[in-house]
Design a protein around this ligand. Structure first.
Ligand code: CA
Ligand code: CA
Ligand code: CA
Length: 550
């Protein structure tokens, strides 16, 4: 009925001189395909609304006009309740507007069981704007690029809140493949368990001016002959912020490989990624000019030749601050390998407990230019173990013009410092390194022992806490002054009403200080409340830092 009315309206619109947007409301596969066919050449912008349900078919929109199209769920339908199923016969949804500046908005649909050359779940060709939001791309396969999603030549792309799982490609981009564009924002997506034969088991992005990659979870993807989690090549600028990259695997790179001129790599967690025949386990940045690598946790990755945790090649400047690089394994270098041509700042990092079979373990620097400058202040580079090398903690190849090292902790270094002071070989007293807690113990010699005049000194530590007194050495500032968030009156006891308030917020999923309460915070609050006594803060990682007083 709605469709009939809409077609009547549409006829009226086409007869009138002023073209307006048309609306289609569909609930069957036939009606959806008919709406796509009509929308493709009716000369106006269109919106197609789908009712909840299964839609079997291989749907296509071949534009004969540069107008916009939106495909979305009916009001009140939850994301994923509209299921498009390709039956393993061809692509699920193909949108062709090649050489047209047509805009597309797709929201809330699930595309599954596609089988195509490129973009098994969704394939979009346009020069316009593409927005894909709250969709699911599940178990699609391709022989070419982009098992789940393929987008080519769009000028601007917003890819937000989508779930891309279990897709596969015989070439690049198991889950997602994006080819060219000027401005791409990929945020809040889950990209998991996708596989490809070449690069980018989870996602592959090529030839884009600016990529913002924010708040995504990339996990358990596999690139059997290339890189595992994510691969981006030929990019001008990448902003890589607050992503979680876990347990991806590739032959030549495990977690993330970026080839981008400018890289801002901030507050990411990179753990348990693995590269088994060559390359880097965790993060590999190549062909860069300027790199900012700040406040990242790179833990328990395993690489083959270049670096277990991190490998960076930059032609101008690397600012490497406030990171923990721990428990990584590699053959040439275990922790971080940095090739910096001009300026390298290495300030307030913790690079510990890495392992290498060959040369160097903690930090391996290549300073190839005689004019190179390297400033190393306030770092803990400790307990890195090399099977065959002489220098466990630091190995510098090349000379440089100025190499300074102040207020660091390390055991041994192959380095010709031009200026060095206050460097010590001493146990930093980590809180619980066996359980990956590299916070400082209350009696750590690193507390207030950093250089306050270090260049680019991070204002906040890896937890986001401010400096207390003089800066501490390493990525974490020791702090035992913070009370548990459940302790509303900050009197170092959690009474019954405080616990019940906190617990009820957690149970009902309400925000507490603008964040969802994690279950382990509630567990700790309950334990302190049950003990019925004052508690203290040990300075460990949250929430384990809060314990009843003995
Ligand atoms: Ca149209
Ligand atoms: Ca301090
Ligand atoms: Ca209290």
């Amino acid at each position: 009925m709605k469709l009939t009315l809409t077609l009547f309206t549409l006829t009226f619109i086409l007869l009138s001189t002023h073209v307006q947007a048309a609306e289609f409301h569909v609930s069957t596969s036939e009606a959806f395909q008919a709406a796509l066919a009509t929308a493709a050449n009716n000369g106006g912008d269109d919106s197609i609304f789908l009712a909840a349900g299964m839609y079997y078919g291989n749907f296509r929109y071949l534009a004969e006009e540069a107008n916009a199209l939106s495909i979305q769920t009916e009001d009140g339908v939850q994301p994923g309740e509209v299921v498009l199923d390709g039956g393993k016969l061809a692509y699920v949804l193909m949108i062709g507007a090649e050489d047209l500046e047509a805009d597309f908005f797709i929201q809330g649909i699930r595309c599954q069981n596609g089988d195509a050359i490129n973009g098994g779940g969704l394939s979009i060709l346009t020069k316009g704007y593409v927005e894909i939001r709250d969709c699911f791309f599940v178990e699609n396969i391709v022989t070419g690029r982009g098992g789940g999603v393929y987008i080519s030549n769009a000028s601007t792309i917003t890819f937000t809140g989508n779930t891309v799982t279990g897709n596969s490609s015989d070439y690049h981009g198991g889950g997602l493949y994006i080819y060219k564009g000027s401005l791409i924002t990929i945020s809040g997506n889950t990209i998991a368990r996708n596989t490809c034969e070449k690069d980018g088991g989870g996602a592959f992005v090529y030839g884009v001016a600016t990529v913002s990659f924010l708040y995504n979870t990339i996990t358990k993807n596999n690139g059997s002959n290339g890189s595992g989690g994510l691969c981006m090549l030929d990019i001008s600028k990448v902003i890589f912020l607050e992503n979680t990259i876990i347990e991806n695997k590739g032959a030549h790179n495990g977690g993330v490989k970026l080839s981008a001129s400018t890289v801002e790599f901030i507050k990411n967690t990179i753990t348990g990624n693995n590269s088994d025949s060559s390359g880097c386990g965790g993060v590999e940045l190549e062909n860069s000019t300027n790199v900012i690598f700040t406040d990242n946790i790179v833990n328990n990755n395993s690489g083959f030749s270049c670096g277990g945790g991190v490998s960076i090649v930059a032609y101008s400047k690397v600012t490497f601050t406030g990171n923990t690089i721990t428990e990584n394994k590699g053959s040439v270098c275990g922790g971080a390998r940095i090739n910096s041509r001009k300026i390298l700042y290495l300030i307030n990092n913790t690079i510990s407990n890495n392992y290498s079979t060959n040369k160097t373990v903690g930090l391996y620097l290549l300073i190839p230019e005689t004019t190179g400058i390297f400033h190393m202040h306030n770092n803990i580079i400790f307990n890195n173990i090399s099977q065959n090398g002489d220098y466990n903690d630091i190995y510098i190849e090349g000379f440089g013009e100025k190499l300074t090292a102040h207020n660091n902790i390390f055991s041994n270094a192959k380095a010709l410092w031009t200026d060095a002071s206050n460097n010590r070989d001493i146990d930093p007293l980590f809180f619980d390194p066996d359980n990956n807690d590299f916070h400082l113990k209350p009696n750590s010699p690193c507390i207030n022992a950093g250089n306050p005049n270090a260049p680019v000194l991070p204002e906040f530590d890896l937890d986001g806490n401010p400096r207390i007194g003089l800066p501490d050495i390493g990525a974490y500032e020791f702090s035992n002054a913070t009370t548990h968030p459940a302790d509303i009156d900050n009197n170092w006891t959690i009474d019954a009403s405080e616990f019940q308030t906190y617990n009820s917020y957690w149970k009902t999923g309400q925000l507490w200080n603008d964040t969802l309460i994690p279950i382990n915070y509630v567990t700790i609050a309950g334990w302190i409340y049950k003990k019925g006594q004052q508690y203290g803060n040990t300075g460990a990682g949250k929430p384990q830092c809060w314990v009843p007083n003995e």
